[in-house]
Every structure is written in C-alpha cells, then in structure tokens.
Design a protein around this ligand. Sequence first.
Ligand SMILES: *[C@@H]1O[C@H](CO)[C@@H](O)[C@H](O)[C@H]1NC(C)=O
Ligand SMILES: *[C@@H]1O[C@H](CO)[C@@H](O)[C@H](O)[C@H]1NC(C)=O
Ligand SMILES: *[C@@H]1O[C@H](CO)[C@@H](O)[C@H](O)[C@H]1NC(C)=O
Length: 442
Amino acid sequence: TPAGTMAFLWPFILVAASETLAMDMPHPTNPALYRLTKHLLQKYHKAVRPVHDWTEATTVYLDVLVHAVLDVDAQNQKLKTSIWYHEVWDDEFLSWNPSMFDEIREISLPLSDIWAPDIILKELVDFEGSPNLPYVYVNSSGTIKNSKPIQVVSACSLETYAFPFDIQNCSLTFSSALHTVHDVNLAFLRSRGDMKHDKKEFLNDSEWELLSVSSSHNILQSCAGESAQIQFHVVIRRRPLVYVVSLLIPSIFLMLVDLGSFYLPPTCRARIVFKTSVLVGYTVFRVNMSDEMPRNALSTPLIGVFFAVCMAFLVISLFKSILLVSFLHDEWSAGQEWPLLCLQGDTDADGPRTDPRAQLAGATEPPFCQEHQVQPGTMKEVWFQLRSISTYFQTWEQAEQQEVTWLALLQRFDRLLFQAYAVVLGLYAVTLCSLWALWASS
Ligand SMILES: *[C@@H]1O[C@H](CO)[C@@H](O)[C@H](O)[C@H]1NC(C)=O
Ligand SMILES: *[C@@H]1O[C@H](CO)[C@@H](O)[C@H](O)[C@H]1NC(C)=O
Ligand SMILES: *[C@@H]1O[C@H](CO)[C@@H](O)[C@H](O)[C@H]1NC(C)=O
C-alpha cells in the first residue's frame, strides 16, 4: 500500500533533509564575516611582505607598557619584567570596502595566516610564561594591531654599589631579527613624552618603583646593512625602607656596641669575652644578612665593605687584647694567676699595675726569708740578704718599667684603633646619608 511504502521511506527522507540542512549550516548567522575572511585570505600569501611597491618599507609602530618588575637578579645580571607589548603595521593586501561586507570595519584573523614582522628583543635571556595569542585585529584600511602581555627575562647591567639606595637603568631593545631598515622600519606608536611618564599600568606596591621609561630610535650600521632599532630605558628605584629597618639599623647598633667595648680597659680580661660575643653576634648577623644582600661578582655593595672593615677592626682589637693578657700573664706569674680585676673597684689603667705589686711582694718574700734564716746572726749574712733583696727589687723595677712602656704602647695602639674605628663609622654614616640624598633626588 502507498501508506506502507511512505512509512518505509520516512527515515530516508528525514536523513536526506537533515543532510541538506547541514550543508547550509556553516555560517548561517554571519555570512558576511565568513565571506570577508574568505575574501581576505583566499589569495593571500603570507610569505610576501605586504606592499604593492617593493621599494617601500613596512613601518612597524611599537609601544611598551611596563606592568611589573618581578625580579632583579644582581648575581646573574638578569631583570624579569612583565610588559604589555603592542605592535601595529599596515598590510596593503588586507583592506576591504566595509559597505560590501555588511559594514564590518574590523575583524580578527589568525596571526599564523598572515605576514608578521620578526621583531625580537635583543636583551632577551628567557621568555617566561608568555601566552601565544593566536589572533590579531585588522581594520578595513589594512592596519593590523597585535598586543600581548609578555614576561621577559632580559640581561641588564645591574649596579649594586649603592644598595639599598640603588637605581637601575635597564634597556629593552627591539629590532627586526633579519630585515634592514629598507624593508622593515620601526617607529613609536605614542609620543615619547607620553611614554616616558606613563605609570598607569605599573603595579605600585612592589619593592621597585618605576621612575621613567625613556626611549630612543636609532639606525644601526652592520655588515648586513642598516637596521632600525628602538630602545626603551626602564629606570627603576628600590624602596629601601625594609632594608633600613632590617639591615642598616641593626648593623649600626652592633657597631656602636663594638665601639663601646673600647671603653673597657685594655688589660681587662672581660673585654675579650665581650668582644668575642660581639664577634659572634656579628657573624650571626652577617649570615642572616647574606640572603638579603645582592651578590654580584663585579661590585660589592658599599655596606658590605663597611661590614667587613668593622669586622676587621673587631678582630684586630680582639687580637690585641689577647696578646696583652697573655703577655701580662707570662710576665707576672710563673703559674700564678694575676687577677685582671677590671670590673671590681677602680677600673683606671694604672689600677691593675699597683695591684700585683702587693700581691707579688706577699707571695715571693716569705720563701726568701726562710731560705736565709738557716744561718742567722752574721753581719755578712744580713748584708748578703739586703743585697739580694735590693737586686731583686732592681730587677723587679726594671721589669715593671718594661711593662709600663709596653702597656703605654698598647694603650696608644688601642686609642689609635678607637679613633680609626670612629672615623670609619663617621664615613659610613656620611656615605649612607649621601647615597640616600642621591636616591631621593632622582
Ligand atoms: C584603522 O586603524 C588605523 C590605526 O588605528 C586608523 O588610522 C585608521 O583610520 C583605521 N581605519 C578605519 C577604516 O577605521
Ligand atoms: C639609561 O641608560 C641609557 C644608556 O644606556 C642612557 O641613555 C639613559 O640616559 C639612562 N637613563 C637614566 C635615567 O639614567
Ligand atoms: C601607581 O601610582 C601612580 C601615581 O603614583 C598612579 O598614577 C597609578 O595609577 C598607580 N598604579 C596602580 C596600578 O595603582
């Protein structure tokens, strides 16, 4: 029956209908966009530089916005920044009449399907996490806009001399990898004055502060011909507050304590203990600090030099104290302890010198008497005894004299050391202040 045949045919009819629908499907919503893309790319050769007259150069307009300073690595001389990179150029083969395509004035095209300039960053060490954006915008007069955020690790000569009041000037140089200026020229997208002080995009709350981004355009002569390059000089300044609080103030306190130890009398044994504790404190401080201080093979931060000089002073004065005490020890007792009592009673320099005289007299006279009391009575013996006492006192006086000059010498050396130390600390303060003033004035 016809009805049965129809029921049998229905599935085929449906399938055929859906297939014809599917064939019409591709761009039912915006055929203009589809037509335009086809119109632009069908006969396009991306290998050809997009100019009608080959003698004409393609000008690429560049712009860079510094978004953040992520890392300043003084040890490896690398700067890691996040920047917004814009490039704009004209493609003479990609223009159309908007009235023929539903008034479309701008479309996006895959970057991989069109000609693009080979702009590279000369200081580039490493591309880090830069997204590879696949599309660019093209408007009806053929102007192509390509924008992308990039994280660049660039080589930069970083000066750590004035740390933590340092200012870094790093260049980002863009140029065509291959083309000469006769094929690909470079130009600025915005005026250089606008670019210089544009900090709108910059993240303000990091360790580094953006001072300016100045730029220059120049033509390089090389064996391959003349090529154009554009340089951006990114000038950044460190915010030193955290280092002032964690490095400079503690170091100044340590140095003052160290300086104060010169007020202990030089013959004092407690001075050795005191200086040793300061030295230990210093070492702990320096170990802590070594992570915070930038390390650079060529230039040491000035404050590092100061720390080393202060440590040298500490070590020299400690050595001097040790020498003095060991000298006094040898001189004054064959096995007998001379109490270097500086923290009890009189602490002036001649105190310890009068002290041992009484003690020595008390300690050495009794054996003298006992030895010569074996045959008392004779005048000769008395005379002999007197003479021995007198020679004893003479040699003792000589030793005393020697020691006084030795002590005076050491005391003078101590004073000299103190003065040199004070001068170095003064220099340190003056240098820090002038570095700070320089930093603030930039
Ligand atoms: C295309 O963009 C360029 C640069 O922004 C502009 O000068 C030009 O007028 C634009 N063309 C059209 C048709 O909008
Ligand atoms: C940064 O360095 C470049 C040369 O390397 C120089 O032309 C520019 O003036 C410097 N900028 C500042 C602010 O020092
Ligand atoms: C950073 O500070 C400058 C002015 O000091 C301001 O114009 C800019 O908008 C700030 N940037 C951000 C991201 O907050």
